[in-house]
Design a protein around this ligand. Structure first.
Ligand code: SF4
Length: 397
């Protein structure tokens, strides 16, 4: 075996409860390295054509990158793949955070899951061992509640949890998977695939050092990155997060606005990274081993859109899809929409884009108040945006 991997893939069949550890031929690692390419190799080889993405025949694959779990910054990606219930094609989605490094430190390079459990379950993986546990007490709960319960139940606050929310349980076709409440595998409906398998969460804890060819050289690179290369400065990713691009995109006419009808938004400044920093930002978060710390943690205590900092804060994609794309310039409403999607583990991008489309239909008389249950779904209506997000996440209406 080379370095950066254990040569072990965990295979779970939720229908039979069988758990196996596969040791792939080293040539597979050399060809596909890791992440999405590694997962795609298994999907193309094993997934039957024509299957229903929400059937037990679908697979869901979690893979880590070749550098995950090493001290090198920015290498934390968790790739999740399966057949997408949203598009019927390849579903692939990536997140940063803490889960992939922990999985690697637990002794596994990837998890391949198939079948369907006859009751809600979660997986518990610790240092080379895995078990399927009952999750009846977790079903229906918000992501923050499940995180608290599992960490308490497993007796270790450093357990890392990738989970679906009530959105995935209800098979919202763009439900996602969230790790540590802030890091989203949001795209292509992989949360619905997990929900269709009655798999609420995967909890993992690992204490093993990932094998590296030259650990001292890796530490030297990290020292160089922190001391010489990365100098935090005003306006950078640490300072403003990914929303640093909101104003420049609007100024250059390419900020998605009012369902892509326009490219500049008169409310861009109000939803910008600068405005977030100066108003609702209370701290910055980060991913495993990353000194940049670009993640946002926001809090709103007053008014109609109170926001719990437990669920982090909106990234650029959320600000654009729930903000400018819906014509909404109220940053607190955007942060509330983000919080609801995090609680229910639903993709903020697809959710915002769907609402923006509905808003344009409403403005053109294609949808009416009869269709919306009385909601005035005009562009810019922040209350209607938040209400729509709630209804989508709960699959109401
Ligand atoms: S904190 Fe930001 S820059 Fe660092 S790895 Fe995570 S997403 Fe990337």
């Amino acid at each position: 075996m080379g370095y950066g991997y254990w040569g072990k893939v965990l295979r779970i069949d939720l229908s039979s409860g069988r758990i196996e550890v596969e040791t792939p031929d080293p040539i597979i690692y050399r060809r596909y390295l890791g992440g999405s390419a590694f997962g795609l190799h298994y999907l193309l080889k094993e997934l039957k054509p024509g299957i229903d993405p929400l059937s037990p025949e679908n697979m869901i694959i979690f893979t880590s990158s070749v550098l995950a779990g090493t001290p090198l910054p920015g290498a934390t990606r968790l790739s999740v793949l399966g057949k997408s219930p949203l598009t019927g094609g390849l579903g692939e989605t990536e997140a940063g955070g803490w889960f992939a490094p922990e999985l690697k430190r637990a002794g596994f390079d990837a998890i391949i899951i198939r079948g369907r459990s006859d009751r809600p379950v979660y997986l518990w993986i610790k240092d080379g061992k895995a078990e399927i546990r009952d999750a009846s007490h977790l079903w229906g709960k918000l992501t923050g509640e499940v995180s608290d319960i599992l960490k308490e139940e497993l007796g270790d606050n450093r357990v890392r949890i990738a989970q679906i929310g009530p959105g995935g349980e209800k098979l919202v076709r763009y439900a996602g998977i969230v790790n540590e409440l802030h890091h989203f595998n949001g795209r292509t409906g992989m949360g619905a695939v997990m929900g269709s398998k009655n798999l609420r969460a995967i909890a993992v804890r690992g204490t093993q050092e990932v094998p590296m060819y030259d650990p001292e050289k890796a530490r030297e690179i990290v020292r160089w990155f922190v001391q010489e290369y990365y100098k935090p400065q005003p306006g950078d990713m640490h300072d403003l997060g990914t929303s640093r691009i909101v104003k420049p995109l609007s100024d250059t006419g390419i900020l998605p606005t009012r369902n892509f009808r326009e490219g500049s938004f008169e409310g861009a400044e109000q939803i910008s990274g600068e405005r977030m920093r100066d108003t609702i930002l209370i701290r910055r978060g980060t991913c495993y081993a990353c000194p940049i710390a670009c993640k946002r943690v926001v809090k709103v205590d007053e008014g109609p859109f109170k926001v719990d900092p437990k669920y982090g804060g909106p990234e650029y994609e959320t600000v654009a899809s729930m903000g400018s794309l819906c014509g909404v310039s109220d940053l607190r409403a955007v942060a509330k929409a983000n919080e609801i999607c995090s609680k229910y583990a639903v993709d903020t991008i697809s959710c915002g884009v769907s609402i923006a489309f509905a808003m344009e239909c409403y403005e053109n008389g294609i949808l009416t108040k009869e269709d919306t249950g009385g909601l005035d779904l005009r562009f810019g209506n922040a209350e209607a945006l938040v209400k729509m997000v709630e209804m989508i996440c709960r699959r109401e209406g």
